[in-house]
Design a protein around this ligand. Structure first.
Ligand SMILES: [Fe+2]
Ligand SMILES: [Fe+2]
Length: 377
């Protein structure tokens, strides 16, 4: 059984020095190589034996959209207006809003000007990380095409490769043409993506990407979609979410079958990997690069953020609202001695276990099809 030291590289998940030590040291890097350690598998079994994946593949074929022509790129975007909408939700539900109310916090004295400037930087940072994460999904899914042994999964994954290319494309274009700058990859996110790609086992790519990274992205996009009134961003998120719901469903449907055959010891390795991913994603949301750019004492801010009681950190909890029910559906919460359940209890997200899982939800989230039906197409 692995210790936290082994899983996370530190014995205390909240060790601030260790968290800050993980930082991007090569800001000018253009190409980043990772060994993917996997065999590319042919299968000679062309039988369409997995009806749920067949159905998902058919859905993917009819729900394609064009990032260039299906979004209103002629919209004028005012980044200050964009963040003003999101500020309200941050102030109400976000951890920063909470932190600002704490006496002695570096944010306690912030006025309107600081919050607005910070909001614009934070938006640049957030969308940059989404863009890098989308590229991670592009590479992971291309790897799944090669490594998964089932023909129905290879077919489906090929459609996701196209989806992810489109997602990278639209986030990059939004950043370049509508916002005011972008950021290199956050080191915690980079570490997670490297770990996912480097793992030789095909199901680990799914678990890291489709269940954890995309499960979180689906929740985060949904949250931003609700909060923003900017029409281009809203439409972009609406269409990306529509694809992401299928991607998470692809993970749930594939791994449910595969995990039914694994031993408790093998499942324990999956539980540990899911926990590692959860902590890396939590660490990435501490947005240490933005504090640097803004000249704020990041150690003090991050200490403050980590000390917020879980019950009051609604935003962070909501990010797990898809991951936890999906892990439950896969049997990962309670396998063996329910190790993952206990870890999710510790990080305060277990209350989502009975929320709707994403195995079926993609149909109701097929917003592209709904828009086309409404337009009579
Ligand atoms: Fe994506
Ligand atoms: Fe995706």
């Amino acid at each position: 059984m692995a210790t936290d030291e082994h899983i996370l590289g530190r014995s205390d998940a909240d060790d601030i020095e260790a968290i800050l030590e993980i930082s991007n040291t090569d800001m000018d890097e253009v190409v980043h190589a990772v060994k993917d350690n996997a065999d590319a598998l042919f299968t000679w079994d062309y039988e369409r034996s997995r009806p749920a994946l067949v159905k998902l593949y058919e859905k993917a074929k009819t729900s394609q959209w064009n990032g260039e022509t299906d979004l209103p790129w002629d919209t004028d975007v005012d980044p200050y207006k964009l963040v003003a909408d999101l500020r309200q939700s941050d102030a109400r539900m976000g951890p920063l809003g909470h932190l600002a109310t704490q006496p002695g916090s570096p944010l306690a004295k912030w006025g309107e000007k600081e919050w607005t400037e910070f909001g614009v930087e934070s938006m640049n940072w957030r969308l940059s990380q989404f863009m890098h994460g989308e590229q991670g999904a592009l590479l992971c899914t291309a790897k799944i095409v090669e490594t998964v042994p089932w023909i129905d999964a290879k077919y489906y994954a090929s459609t996701q490769v196209m989806d992810e290319a489109r997602h990278v494309e639209v986030f990059a274009k939004y950043l370049d043409t509508k916002l005011t700058g972008h950021y290199p990859i956050n080191a915690h996110l980079g570490l997670l993506l490297d770990d996912i790609i480097a793992d030789s086992r095909w199901d680990m790519t799914y678990l890291g990407m489709q269940i954890m990274v995309e499960g979180l992205a689906l929740a985060a996009f949904g949250f931003m979609y609700q909060m923003t009134n900017e029409p281009l961003m809203k439409q972009l998120l609406r269409y990306v979410m529509s694809d992401e719901a299928r991607h998470v469903a692809f993970g749930v449907l594939s791994l449910k079958e595969y995990y039914a055959e694994l031993t408790d010891a093998e499942l324990r390795e999956r539980q540990e990997f899911a926990f590692e991913a959860a902590v890396r994603m939590r660490d990435r949301f501490l947005q240490q690069e933005v504090w640097d750019k803004f000249g704020v004492n990041k150690k003090a801010v991050i200490k403050g953020l980590l000390s917020i009681p879980q019950s009051e950190n609604v935003f962070q909890q909501m990010l797990f609202s898809k991951i936890v029910p999906n892990c439950k559906k896969l049997g990962l919460l309670d396998a063996g001695d329910a190790w993952l359940r206990r870890r999710f209890e510790e990080i305060g997200v277990i209350q989502f276990e009975d929320w709707v899982d994403t195995g079926e939800e993609y149909e109701s989230l097929d917003l592209v099809a709904q828009d086309r039906a409404a337009a009579g197409q």
